[in-house]
Design a protein around this ligand. Structure first.
Ligand SMILES: *[C@@H]1O[C@H](CO)[C@@H](O)[C@H](O)[C@H]1NC(C)=O
Ligand SMILES: *[C@@H]1O[C@H](CO)[C@@H](O)[C@H](O)[C@H]1NC(C)=O
Ligand SMILES: *[C@@H]1O[C@H](CO)[C@@H](O)[C@H](O)[C@H]1NC(C)=O
Ligand SMILES: *[C@@H]1O[C@H](CO)[C@@H](O)[C@H](O)[C@H]1NC(C)=O
Length: 138
């Protein structure tokens, strides 16, 4: 019975791994999107996927360090995510901040994003409301 529960919990956890369409759509990796705003409204967890969809003629996807992200340096990158089809995926394996930019001068125009990844934790139990308090009763 306990084993069943653990397995169910594991499957449920795995099913929770999300795919995030960077910029909010299948062609979201472009300068007309505020990618900072997008990432601040998303919740990223370990084992989630990122999907970068874009026009392969213009953009690419490079994982860089924080300094290169802030200064749009597209040389000496950590990893070239670009495969060539304008549809790239990336698995978030660690609870840390990942940085991605596009080369070709598009980072300066806003094609860059920081992804703040959290551990996969069970949701905390709701705090029980303090009984007897009545804010409107002053
Ligand atoms: C993008 O959104 C962020 C967070 O809301 C904001 O601070 C920033 O000024 C925006 N950038 C542009 C270019 O609108
Ligand atoms: C970040 O990467 C750039 C480009 O490779 C390199 O010059 C710089 O030293 C790196 N910074 C850190 C903090 O690793
Ligand atoms: C990244 O890899 C792709 C596919 O192998 C290649 O076409 C592209 O030139 C590479 N980009 C950089 C900046 O190295
Ligand atoms: C809270 O205070 C309001 C106004 O004094 C009162 O009408 C209400 O019944 C109170 N609720 C509780 C739960 O004490």
């Amino acid at each position: 019975m306990l084993l069943m529960m653990i397995m169910t919990a594991m499957i449920w956890n795995m099913a929770k791994a999300e795919e995030h369409f960077v910029g909010g759509g299948r062609q979201g990796w472009n300068p007309s999107n505020n990618l900072t705003k997008w990432s601040l409204n998303e919740h990223f967890h370990v084992n989630d996927w990122l999907f970068f969809g874009y026009d392969k003629l213009y953009f690419n996807v490079l994982e860089v360090n924080k300094t290169s992200y802030e200064n749009c340096i597209d040389t000496g990158f950590i990893k070239n995510i670009t495969r060539g089809g304008g549809r790239d995926v990336f698995l978030l394996t660690e609870a840390k901040t990942y940085y991605f930019i596009s080369g070709g001068g598009f980072c300066q125009r806003g094609v860059k994003v920081a992804i703040d990844v959290n551990e996969h934790v069970a949701p905390a139990p709701q705090p029980t409301p303090h009984k007897g308090s009545n804010a409107s009763n002053i």
